[in-house]
Ligand binder design. Structure first.
Ligand SMILES: NC(=O)c1ccc[n+]([C@@H]2O[C@H](COP(=O)([O-])OP(=O)(O)OC[C@H]3O[C@@H](n4cnc5c(N)ncnc54)[C@H](OP(=O)(O)O)[C@@H]3O)[C@@H](O)[C@H]2O)c1
Length: 326
């Protein structure tokens, strides 16, 4: 089914050391591509350095000169940079709007034709949250280059998997709190497994049918937030009362949480949840992915969520890649 007409060998991944990026990079490495991961801190990419085809380069991608230099020699760029909370210079405008625009501009100037961009489901100019508006602005900015570059955009619902910040956050709350005061309990999500998202990127990379297209990505089931927290409790075998908060109290709780040093939730996150994060159709056939259910995957990693377990998974991926090359 996959039509490969291009010859992509070297791919630069922005945000490649993050939760989704790490899965994408492992799959690209396994597929035999040469992968360059740009990261602000090499330290945060230690788990990728073991992979045989992966090079991690420390780079401030917000610096135009350093960014363009780092992209030289690539055949494709995958942009996975994203934030949920603003801090310092890391703003929604910089990370979600200006960076994709600058990436597309550099690709054009350097003759890199292929660009894959991570956006988000329900990104819209009219969204209530800055997160979703800035993601839409990023899509629009790179689509201005659609006549010159082969662009594919992905718009997932919430993504789960080992190391996620979504189900793992509820795991911690359920472990430590006697009662869960839950903001937006009826918000709906269509969670998709991180490995399925990563496979969509890899399958699309050289598949010309995906060029110039934008894809919604969701898993096989839709859940309310309350149902997801209940699932976490069932997996952990710890039942806690869930008190659903109305919109006013949800915003008040988020405001209080914004004042904490560790950002769990913000008012902008609550505004994102004003629209259900549900896809309009199942994953497009040409992406070649049948998504797996959260019910199958989540229990294994929620019950065994130590950093060591995550590291072991990367060691095992690196081992597979090394033996495949022998
Ligand atoms: N996780 C989800 O449920 C979900 C759902 C929909 C869409 N998405 C999108 O998917 C992408 C990946 O998400 P993720 O969950 O993997 O996030 P993540 O683990 O937080 O990774 C994000 C990456 O972005 C980079 N980054 C963030 N701010 C940056 C800045 N100011 N300058 C340079 N790099 C910066 C970080 O790179 P370094 O720290 O290595 O430099 C990090 O590796 C994002 O675009 C996100 O919006 C995620």
């Amino acid at each position: 089914m996959t039509i490969k007409t291009t010859t992509i060998k070297t791919i630069t991944v922005l945000g490649g050391a993050g939760f989704v990026g790490s899965s994408v990079v492992v799959k690209l490495d396994e597929a035999g591509y040469q992968v360059k991961v740009l990261s602000r801190r090499r330290e945060s990419s230690k788990h990728l350095i073991l992979l045989p085809n992966v090079q991690v380069q420390e780079c401030d991608i917000m610096d135009n000169f350093a960014f363009k230099e780092a992209l030289k020699g690539s055949d494709a760029v995958i942009n996975l940079v994203g934030i949920l909370h603003e801090s310092g210079n890391s703003t929604f405008e910089n990370a979600h709007h200006q960076l994709p625009r600058r990436a597309a501009q550099c690709c054009e100037e350097l003759g890199i034709n292929r660009l894959l961009q991570m956006s988000a489901l329900r990104a819209s100019n009219h969204a209530l949250s800055q997160y979703l508006r800035s993601k839409a602005a990023g899509e629009a900015a790179i689509n201005e280059f659609s006549k010159k570059l082969d662009i594919t955009i992905f718009k997932p619902s919430v993504i789960f998997g080992r190391g996620d910040s979504f189900l793992n956050m509820f795991t911690s709350l359920v472990k430590f709190l006697p009662v869960i005061f839950l903001a937006k309990p009826n918000a709906k999500f269509q969670p998709i497994w991180v490995e399925d998202v990563a496979q969509c990127f890899v399958n699309a990379l050289e598949h010309t049918e995906t060029y110039g297209k934008s894809y919604e990505l969701g898993g096989p089931n839709i859940y309310t937030l309350r149902q997801l927290v209940q699932k976490v409790m069932d997996v952990l075998g710890k039942q806690r009362p869930i008190v659903g908060l109305n919109d006013t109290l949800s915003m008040a709780q988020a405001f209080m949480l914004e004042l904490m040093p560790i950002k769990l939730m913000s008012r902008d996150n609550i505004r994102s949840m004003q629209v259900d994060s549900i896809c309009s159709a199942s994953i497009a056939d040409e992406l070649g992915v049948t998504p797996i259910s959260l019910d199958v995957v989540a229990p294994e990693y929620l019950l065994n969520s130590s950093p060591r377990a995550a590291y072991d998974a990367f060691r095992s991926a690196a081992g597979r890649a090394i033996s495949a090359r022998r």
